[in-house]
Design a protein around this ligand. Structure first.
Ligand code: PMP
Length: 451
């Protein structure tokens, strides 16, 4: 089918996530046709270097035949198995066991979902259940970070603190609260590690104090904030927040949907500070986007408390038709093998160091205010006055120009509305691809400057 007729059908029938529907009607879709490694090809034959791994998910890169084979083989043998009625399937069992082995500490129990939003939603349901069966039913309030992203489900969108996910959707709920982001570049008390950590710990303590610890269930945080503008907290921040949560008697949930599976260097983002959360949510890199799947990893302590505390004769009423889908699980197993035995994690670390060095060289560019990198996850904050850290005025339309010039220069990245650029290249990138990505980005910045 010709690209033009596809674009018309798209405009008439396909509702897209997280864009202006009217804006999309006017612009039309960019139809992607195929991909290999880190390169996308659109329906008109243009090639694009994917600096964003799809939506921060295709960590292993495109076109791995061994993943296709694992999915096809599982589809032939057993394309579906429910987890209801005590049924199970071999790939789901093996993937749960492998995750338990690879995850930090006693995160030994795994609940599979279809993606990140329902992983967050499942974590919220399990936390409520846990506090109810352990005799603390008042513990219902949940605290997350400003600029945090925790999905688009009815509950997750309220934990998220990005205005577009709240406006018009009656979110957040009265049980959801936010404290300031650990945002060194714009921390009112200064950008030293100590100042940023102290501000976050004080804010969490103050919020829990205000609500009463007996009423607070949990604190949710991404090890590096992704959709809020790739905000990298200082070393030691995760550890300090984990300790504060323990002291305050609330659960600590690490949302590793973006940071999991090598994105920031180690397999999980919390490893950066050697932290073991009570619960961890994962998705994206779990299957590298080849098939939808997410998961909640739960500590042994919480699992036992729920298993032993729940009424023995009653089901724990939480489940999806596609929980622990065997095809996604088979994909996940092969993707994990590529991370741990296929050299992808090592390559990602090497590529990440090269990418970070290249981005830091761009710090002198007149538009670049801040460069934040951990592994292959990066945010570049654009300003119009470097000394004053002045954000570009909205009527300059910088993020629109960035996206347009980026595409023209054969590069895909995320241009956030507040003029922060996000990068999350596939972990399989070669040195040449990293260099090309940096050159195309520099060209794009220069094009924007010339407008
Ligand atoms: N949590 C985080 C940290 C995320 O980045 C995302 C997705 N970008 C989600 C949850 C939601 O995941 P999904 O889009 O798979 O529902």
């Amino acid at each position: 089918m010709r690209a033009n007729s596809l674009i018309e059908l798209d405009r008439d029938h396909l509702i897209h996530p997280v864009i202006s529907w009217k804006g999309h009607e006017a612009r039309g879709a960019t139809v992607l046709q195929s991909a290999k490694g880190a390169t996308l090809t659109d329906a008109e034959g243009h090639t694009l270097l994917d600096g964003f791994s799809g939506l921060w998910c295709v960590n292993v890169g495109y076109g791995h035949e061994s993943i296709v084979e694992a999915a096809a083989e599982q589809m032939r043998r057993l394309p579906y198995a429910t987890g209801y009625f005590h049924f199970s399937s071999e790939p789901a069992i093996r993937l749960a066991a492998r995750l338990a082995e690879l995850a930090p500490g006693d995160l030994d129990h795994v609940y599979f979902t279809l993606g990140g939003s329902d992983a967050v939603d499942s974590a919220v349901r399990f936390i409520r259940y846990y506090h109810n069966v352990t005799g603390r039913p008042a513990k219902k309030h949940m605290i997350a970070l400003e600029r945090g992203y925790h999905g688009s489900s009815t509950i997750g969108a309220g934990l998220t603190a990005i205005p577009a996910f709240h406006d018009g959707f009656d979110a957040p709920t009265p049980l959801q609260h936010h404290i300031p982001s650990p945002y060194p570049y714009r921390n009112p008390a200064g950008d030293t590690d100590e100042a940023v950590i102290a501000a976050s710990v004080a804010a969490l303590k103050a919020k829990v104090g205000e609500l009463g610890s007996e009423n607070v269930a949990a604190f949710f945080a991404e090890p590096v904030q992704g959709s809020g503008g790739v905000i990298v907290p200082p070393d030691g921040w995760l550890k300090a927040m984990r300790e504060a949560a323990r002291e305050l008697d609330i659960l600590f949930v690490a949302d590793e949907v973006i940071t999991g599976f090598g994105r920031t260097g180690p397999l999980f983002g919390v490893e950066h500070d050697g932290v073991v959360p009570d619960l961890m949510t994962v998705a994206k890199g779990l299957t590298s986007g080849y098939s939808p799947m997410g998961a909640v990893l739960m500590s042994d302590r919480i699992y036992r408390a729920i298993a032993d505390g729940a009424p023995a004769a009653k089901p724990i009423g939480h489940g999806f038709t596609y929980s622990a889908h065997p095809v996604s699980a088979a994909v996940g197993l092969e993707v994990l093998r590529l991370y741990t035995e296929g050299g992808i994690l090592e390559n990602g670390r090497r590529a990440g160091a090269r990418f970070a060095a290249g981005l830091r060289r761009l710090a002198d560019h007149p538009l670049v205010g801040d460069v934040r990198v951990r592994g292959l996850l990066a945010g570049i904050e654009l300003v119009t006055d470097k000394a004053r850290r002045t954000k570009p005025a909205p009527d300059l339309g910088i993020s629109g120009h960035l996206a347009r010039f980026g595409y023209r220069n054969g590069l895909v990245f995320r241009a956030f509305a507040d003029d922060i650029v996000g990068f999350a290249p596939p972990l399989c990138c070669t040195d040449a691809e990293i260099d090309l990505l940096l050159a195309r980005f520099e060209q794009t910045l220069n094009d924007v400057l010339d407008v």
